[in-house]
Design a protein around this ligand. Structure first.
Ligand SMILES: *[C@@H]1O[C@H](CO)[C@@H](O)[C@H](O)[C@H]1NC(C)=O
Length: 454
């Protein structure tokens, strides 16, 4: 990972300056880099293989501890061998310190065959549910972009969450949606402008049935540049003993058929009647794989809300009964072979209309705030150093005044080679081999044009 990251950084530099090729020292490494994951059609691919998230949510101490588990090998090194025992291929971390280096933990994850889905927010750098307008500001975006800068260099960074459960049951929480969607757009633009690998960006929705469909549609409507790369939601409706039908997951397959983007469960794991993790049987079956790409079991460590499967006390980790039950379920229900019946094309959907449960306030159903002008320079200059978890915070830094974004907002201005879909903000194509890449690249181009014409 380290040597690869260095090599690609140098490659990026040499492209930028068209200078001589630098020779870099070969650094020691244990395993090859994992293949990078891309979003394409309504699925993820690792190399040329369909990729399913078979993961676990990981934030020891919870959000109140405000500790980055990936900046300290005493923490990640304690837990990564257990992730291996569980058989997970992905962890989700809810907040990290963008002022610190993550090379060691990310390399250890890589060597264990594990990808990272990362939330880019932290307790004091995030959109405030009660005051979204002032919390969407340049200082906030600087922190978000600094997190991207740090994690884009690791091949096993699978995806970024632009927000987590910002929209929930609370009255008026839907009014945060335009700011979260604007953040998603800005992140995608930043990734394109900086010439980074196109790491998928999406939102993680709360388990709220009243507005789940509207939220999903909202994040996949509008211009090419403001649509997410995937959608994820938290779901606790399967309480064992249950089934595909009894849980209502059959309806969630039906409702999301034709949605047009990859979907996975960002949290699953009801605890009501005890846990046998039989959700995995459904998630990995062809009942679901044409629409869903797996999910993340909530969660690794036992916290106040009692969803954990281990108890942590300093260096000591006690595995609860659920730990081996989860490991058994993961080994009993492996990722299916073949393509799972995915859809190779992507499509946008209509923005949901305003009603009693979906009210975006002043922005209406589809308008978005423009990126704060103070933040524009990050696109060319980079974000610079991250403020970390102990920075002064950004939630009250803005004045709450925003221009309305124009039709091409989020479009990268860096005019890369038009053949290079990797930088054009277009949708992914399966990185299968050169020939297929070229063909689907053309299809993607027409899909994008088709979308813009709608
Ligand atoms: C499916 O979609 C319909 C229409 O939007 C909605 O009323 C229903 O609650 C949805 N069901 C599930 C399980 O999401």
């Amino acid at each position: 990972m380290r040597s690869f990251a260095l090599a690609s950084a140098l490659a990026a530099l040499s492209v930028a300056h068209a200078g001589p090729t630098a020779t870099n020292k070969e650094l020691p490494r244990q395993a090859d880099s994992l293949p990078t994951v891309t979003a394409s059609g309504n699925a993820f691919f690792a190399g040329d293989q369909r990729f399913y998230v078979r993961g676990i949510d990981y934030q020891p101490g919870g959000s109140s501890a405000n500790v980055d588990p990936l900046a300290d090998t005493d923490i990640c090194g304690r837990d990564i061998p257990r992730f291996r025992e569980l058989g997970v291929n992905t962890i989700r971390v809810y907040s990290v310190d963008n002022h610190r280096d993550h090379t060691e933990c990310m390399n250890m994850l890589n060597d264990a065959g594990i990808y990272l889905v990362l939330d880019v927010n932290s307790p004091s750098y995030s959109i405030r549910r009660d005051r979204p307008a002032p919390s969407y500001n340049a200082e906030y975006l600087q922190a978000v972009f600094a997190t991207i800068d740090e994690f884009q260099q690791y091949d096993n960074t699978l995806a970024f969450f632009s927000g987590n459960e910002v929209i929930n049951h609370d009255e008026f929480s839907t009014r945060t949606a335009p700011y979260v969607k604007a953040t998603t757009r800005d992140m995608r633009q930043y990734i394109a402008e900086r010439g980074y690998r196109r790491i998928p960006v999406g939102y993680s929705a709360a388990d709220v049935s009243d507005n789940r469909m509207q939220t999903a549609h909202y994040f996949n409507c509008g211009s090419e540049f403001e649509r997410s790369d995937f959608f994820a939601f938290n779901d606790y409706s399967w309480c064992s003993p249950s089934s595909f039908r009894q849980s209502g997951w059959n309806q969630k397959v039906q409702n999301f058929t034709g949605y047009g983007l990859p979907i996975f469960l960002s949290e699953w794991g009801c605890t009501t009647n005890g846990r046998d993790f039989s959700e995995m049987e459904a998630l990995m079956s062809d009942d679901m794989t044409s629409v869903y790409s797996g999910g993340l079991m909530y969660e690794y460590s036992m916290e106040e809300n009692e969803f954990g499967i281990v108890e942590i006390d300093g260096d000591n980790v006690r595995e609860l009964d659920e730990f081996s039950a989860m490991a058994s379920a993961f080994s009993e229900y492996p990722a299916p072979t073949g393509n799972g019946g995915f859809t190779s094309t992507t499509n946008s959907v209509a923005c949901p209309t305003t009603d009693s449960v979906w009210d975006l306030g002043e922005w209406g159903p589809s308008a978005l705030p423009a990126m704060p002008t103070d933040a524009l320079r990050y696109m060319t200059e980079g974000a610079g150093e991250g403020p970390g978890l102990d920075g002064p915070g950004s939630q009250n830094s803005g004045d709450g005044e925003h221009e309305t974004a124009g039709a091409s907002a989020g479009s990268p201005t860096a005019t890369a080679d038009p053949e290079d879909t990797g930088n054009a903000g277009a949708r992914g194509v399966p990185p299968v081999d050169g020939a297929i890449f070229a063909i689907t690249g053309v299809v993607t181009f027409f899909t994008v044009v088709g979308t813009l014409l709608l």
